[in-house]
Write a protein that binds this ligand. Structure first.
Ligand SMILES: [Zn+2]
Ligand SMILES: [Zn+2]
Length: 214
């Protein structure tokens, strides 16, 4: 599954472009300050983006939504429970001393257990609250096959977990989401986190210090 990872200052949040080799349809995940890199990949690879998917609505994951939507003209998807964060992006920016432009309203809210499609691939949307109320895991793989790669936002990192001290965060909820929504995947499952390097479910199950004994 072709995956390109992008990142830019000041947050160095990971954004992604994921495409279907056969149809060249693609999705853009979490356009932030790296949105120009994502749009350059879309042009270079000559893929057709069909959806802009948000893992959650913290500032670093959404500052590029306006630019992505203007360039691509497709729907922006978000979990409804993060709408208050999304609409507060300008205020979130002020907390960091950043001048953030308001972003266009999301076009669609993920439904419970929703599966989206692009090309030969499906996106299983799993609600993973805890880091924030409307966080989701986007589990992407070939239609008709079991294997998935997980785009987990800030729920799980290599060797760490998402912070829970921001509005709507809760540690026990986060640990529960990781257990019930992420650790149901096989050990070989690749995890693309919102910050830092990729990892696997098996590596985190074995070694993540926040998840031992849970
Ligand atoms: Zn976050
Ligand atoms: Zn983040």
């Amino acid at each position: 599954m072709p995956v390109w990872t992008t990142s830019a200052p000041p947050f160095y949040k990971n954004g992604f472009v994921v495409s279907c080799e056969r149809t060249r349809q693609a999705v853009v995940i979490d356009p932030g300050d790296d949105v120009d890199q994502q749009l350059a990949i879309v042009r270079r690879e000559a893929v057709t983006v069909t959806m802009i998917l948000l893992t959650h609505a913290h500032l670093d994951h959404v500052t590029g939504v306006a630019a992505a939507k203007a360039a691509l003209g497709v729907d922006v998807w978000l979990h409804r429970d993060d709408l208050f964060l999304y609409e507060g992006a300008v205020q979130q920016g002020r907390m960091f001393g950043l001048d953030v432009q308001p972003q266009p309203r999301p076009d669609r809210f993920y439904a419970e257990g929703e599966t989206l499609t692009f090309g030969d691939y499906v996106v299983d949307v799993r609600h993973t609250p805890g880091h924030c109320p409307g966080g989701v895991c986007l589990a992407i793989g070939r239609a008709g096959q079991q294997a998935r790669e997980l785009f987990v936002g800030d729920t799980l990192f290599a060797g760490s977990i998402g912070r829970t001290d921001l509005p709507g965060g809760d540690l026990e909820t986060l640990l529960g989401s990781i257990r019930s929504e992420l650790f149901v995947y096989p050990d070989s499952t690749v995890v693309h986190s919102g910050h830092g390097p990729d990892t696997t479910i098996g590596e985190e199950r074995r070694t993540n210090p926040f998840l031992q004994g849970h």
